[in-house]
Design a protein around this ligand. Structure first.
Ligand SMILES: Nc1ncnc2c1ncn2[C@@H]1O[C@H](COP(=O)(O)OP(=O)(O)OP(=O)(O)O)[C@@H](O)[C@H]1O
Length: 220
């Protein structure tokens, strides 16, 4: 569902941050993306999400050459992808419930059809007591969990998560990993960027994509 061939990326006139990156993400696969700080993990996720264009090479998403896509096609493809950003990107004027339900609301679904599902997911991520709270009063870890719930609520075909357990304690990190694994079992391909070795050790059979000095090494 994602294919990179000899992709290179430089910011401005700088040296290449990513060099000759080639890989494929299969349907219903699970991979961790790791590597030292500054190695290019966020950059790689942004290339997949088409918020950055490669300087060279070929990228396809859901079988389509991304260099040929127009604005509407890019929006349509993005709706098939769930994203958890490092900075959460919650809307401060909406409650936690409204933030998580937003993708369903935007699809035109009615509140009564998705309310039980949204409330259950919020409870699962430990936000049952914060359903009506606004993001500015949530802790970093609570915001992160709300962002995760918002990405999962539509059961996307592909989930990209940038350090999704960076602000939570190890017990909660394990619980969130289980949630990602459940989502994966029900059909979603998952890519999690993380530094957390203990987290990766809990899911041995996941592939590891390791970035270093601009290159990607894949361990099955
Ligand atoms: N918008 C930008 N303009 C210029 N350079 C950038 C930009 N974004 C990232 N970089 C540089 O590209 C390199 C890769 O950054 P990136 O954020 O992708 O790394 P990362 O592996 O996600 O790091 P971290 O683990 O610290 O989040 C870094 O050297 C960074 O300084």
């Amino acid at each position: 569902m994602v294919r990179f061939e000899n992709v290179g990326l430089r910011y401005g006139m700088g040296t290449e941050v990513l060099r000759d990156i080639s890989f494929a993400i299969e349907p219903q696969s699970f991979q961790f993306l790791t590597g030292p700080s500054g190695a290019g993990k966020t950059t790689l996720l942004r290339l997949i999400l088409m918020s950055l264009r490669p300087t060279r090479g070929f990228i396809s998403l859901f079988g389509q050459d991304v260099s040929q896509l127009g604005k509407d096609e890019i929006s349509a493809i993005r709706r098939r992808v769930g994203v958890v950003f490092q900075d959460f990107r919650l809307l401060d004027h909406l409650t936690t419930y409204e933030n998580v339900a937003l993708p369903l609301f935007v699809q035109g679904q009615e509140d009564r059809t998705y309310r039980p599902q949204v409330v259950e997911l919020l409870r699962w991520v430990g936000l049952g007591d914060h359903i009506h709270a606004y993001p500015p009063v949530l802790s970093g870890g609570e915001k992160q969990r709300a962002a995760i719930a918002r990405a999962l609520i539509v059961q996307p075909e592909l989930l990209l998560a940038d350090e999704p357990t960076g602000n939570v304690d190890p017990t909660l990190a394990r619980r969130l990993l289980r949630l990602f694994m459940e989502l994966n079992k029900s059909g979603t391909s998952v890519i999690i960027a993380t530094h957390d070795l203990a987290l990766m050790d809990q899911f041995d059979s996941a592939k590891r994509f390791v970035l270093g000095e601009g290159r990607l090494h894949i361990y099955d």
